[in-house]
Structures are given as C-alpha cells and as structure tokens.
Design a protein around this ligand. Sequence first.
Ligand code: PGA
Length: 235
Amino acid sequence: MIIAANLKTNLTRKQTAEYVNKLEAFLNAHNSHQEVLVFPATSSLNSHAGKVIIGAQNAYPAKNGAFTGEIGVDHLDEFGIKSILIGHSERRHVLGETQESIAKKFNFYKELGFKIVYCVGEPLEVRKSGEKNMMEYLDAQYEGIDTSYESLIIAYEPVWAIGTGLTPTLEEIESLHLKLKEKSSAPLLYGGSVKLSNAQEVLALNGVDGVLVGGASLIVEDFSQMIIYAQDLEK
Ligand code: PGA
C-alpha cells in the first residue's frame, strides 16, 4: 500500500532530517515493502537514499526563471526529487490555484516522468448539495489530467475533513472510492483527518490503496504505526 506524509508548513530542515532518518530506520527494522512517501516543506527538501521517497509539496512548472517565491525543476534535481503533490486542497482553496494552472503543472511534471500524487476533494457545501453536484464537482477536478498516466497516484481528500478531525463514514469513503476508481485505475489514497485511531479501518476498505496523512504524520511513531497497519493488511 501507499502511505504518504504531507508535512505541510511544519518541521524545519533539521527536524525533517531527523524525521526521515527515524522513518528509514523503522522501515528497515520492519523489512517494510510499503511505498512510503514524505512531502516536507520546500526549505526542508534534501537528498535521501533508502526506502523513504521524498517528494515536493509544490513546484512551478518551469526549469527555472522569474517566478518569485517558487522553485523549479533545477531545485528538485539538486536533491534527486522525482515526486510531487499536485492539486492539494490548500493550494486550490488557500493559495487560489485554478484547475487550469493545476492541469498545466500536472502535464509539465508528467512529461518529466515524475510520480504525481494528485489530490481531489469537495468542500462541505458541495457535499451537502447532493450526490449529483458532488460528482460533477469532482469530475471537474479531473479536467486536463491524464488519468491513465502510469506514475499517477490519486488522493481523495474531502476539504471539510482536512485538519478538522471530521471524516466521512467508512461506508461513504468506500462508496466514493469505488466511484472514483471508475475514472482511473491509478492507486487511490484517502486523506483527511487520518489518525492512529481510524487508519486501520480506513486502510482495510475496498478501493482504498493507502492514506495521505497531514497532522497525524508529524509524530513519526504514529505515522510508522500506520505503515505497520498497511503491512498487516497485505493488500
Ligand atoms: P490532515 O491533512 O491529515 O491533517 O487532515 C491531510 C492532508 O491535507 O493531506
């Protein structure tokens, strides 16, 4: 399964190095074959050799150039980074990225062969407005995205579940995942308030190939335990 940590705007460079080293030691000690991805803050990116795959939370679709505040492929290449998170709800809703700019970024990094964790998810008012509206909203987040890209991982993260402690019911997660699986056969992660107390049951659901974890991933011991849960399920 795929277990991913989105560290967001947390952990300094030094703290991230300690985190990744602890996680790497854990994976080796448990002979883990799970796919483990960590997305550190941009200034904490670094080279890493081992089982843990380091990815960027964001990068501009350019090699380099005049894009103040952004980083480009040169900066990822410096650390051998070949994975990127695209379309995260905070980039869409807090930073204002449009589907058009997201699709452009997707295609740019796809051409470079990056592993892309592509996020989709609906705000609460959309969910409340009924299933048809909700599926249309999610459909629009697939616009311009090559759903058959071989290095694609999709993460379904309801916006209202991110960082709130709220989650859809297990039945809701499973039924939505099975619907999203009809759009793409890429591995499909669930994200949004995944924590130690619910990770095991979420991972066990049909149509769930892993989890993308924010807040609860900051404690390396908790995140490591989720990897054990995944390993025990041996999906
Ligand atoms: P959360 O964040 O686990 O803190 O809800 C998940 C995410 O934003 O990827």
